[in-house]
Design a protein around this ligand. Structure first.
Ligand code: DGY
Length: 326
């Protein structure tokens, strides 16, 4: 093992992650929310051999130029769209992520959003707080039925499959799409049927996105695709905002066919700021959460500790468990 590599950690990490990192390296802790953009980090950047990064840290070519000693980027997330993985590979820099540990938490929130959007929970909360509830009425906030409805899942990896299990528990029919179908035994175990993307959008009462952001999925949910959805249908996004054309979504919610949406992520959610389409914000039939799908206490601890384990394993014998391949 190399003695005491210099490690930059973008912000405080829960659990035992900091302790494990300090045991193997000389750790510099960044300012939460600023991370690799901090002038202090940039002043010392040349000596860091590892970065432990959040999604808000853009590790791009410009930054890599300033990090000649860098060998590892351990992202505290499963998504790595904040990192130029190809540029890292060219420089021999290993990138790791935290798959697995946030699967259930993310599916929990996605399913919660599906319930909230279908049954108008956020609208109900706003109505009660505003003093607008004056007793039971048969026609108050009548929403869409969840039980018996068809859920379409885009991206059927760990999180998509965890979403399918929840949906089956609620008596939903499950369709899924991704590049290749699962083997029939797995499909049967999950009670999910493979369809094409077009078919999935046409046949589902609600669609939930669980795909990574790649060149193929950027802008995937376009005006054309939204126009094929059923009247009153629902879109849930806990994946990445840029998978959806937000202006087209606002239009499909206003003019139809969509009945509601729930968004945890936003198209213009960059590493340093968030701009949400004003039209979307103005619509009552959208439930918003601030990118918190993995934010339960034990999951966040597991994510931090997984990132730390990747760094420890890298400096111990060069074999971190969760390498992201270019
Ligand atoms: C991820 O890990 O990619 C999520 O978006 C944040 O937990």
């Amino acid at each position: 093992m190399k003695s005491h590599p210099r490690i930059f950690v973008s912000g405080p990490l829960p659990g035992r992650a900091m302790e494990w990192l300090r045991a193997i390296g000389d750790v510099t802790l960044g300012e939460p929310g600023v991370g690799v953009r901090s002038p202090d980090f940039l002043a010392h950047a040349a000596s860091f051999e590892a970065l432990v990064t959040y999604l808000t840290d853009a590790v791009d070519r410009a930054l890599l130029e300033r990090l000649p000693a860098l060998r590892l980027v351990a992202n505290v997330a499963v998504g790595v769209d904040n990192i130029d993985v190809a540029a890292c590979a060219e420089r021999g820099v290993i990138v790791t992520n935290t798959p697995g540990v946030l699967t259930e938490a993310t599916a929990d929130l996605a399913f919660g959003l599906l319930l909230a959007a279908s049954r108008r929970i956020a609208e109900g909360d706003r109505m009660v707080r505003a003093g607008g509830f004056h007793g039971f009425r048969f026609d108050t906030l009548v929403g869409a039925r969840v039980h018996g409805a068809t859920l379409g899942i885009v991206g059927f990896g760990r999180i998509g499959q965890a979403m399918a299990r929840r949906a089956r528990g609620f008596g939903m029919h499950v369709l899924y799409t991704q590049r290749t179908p699962l083997i029939p035994r797995l499909e049967a175990a999950l009670g999910a049927a493979y369809v094409t993307m077009d078919e999935l959008f046409k046949r589902s009462d609600a669609v939930s996105l669980h795909c990574p952001l790649t060149n193929e999925t950027r802008g995937l949910v376009s005006a054309e695709l939204l126009a094929t959805m059923k009247p009153g249908s629902i879109l849930i996004n806990t994946a990445r905002g840029a998978c959806v054309d937000e202006a087209a979504l606002a239009n499909a919610l206003r003019e139809g066919p969509l009945g509601a949406a729930a968004l945890d992520v936003f198209a213009r959610e960059s590493t340093s700021s968030v701009h949400i389409d004003q039209e979307l914000l103005a619509q009552d039939n959208v439930v918003f959460t601030p990118h918190i799908a993995s934010a339960d206490r034990s999951t966040r601890t597991a994510m931090a500790e997984t990132a730390a384990e990747n760094a420890v394993a890298f400096f111990r014998d060069g074999t971190p468990p969760n390498i992201v391949h270019n």
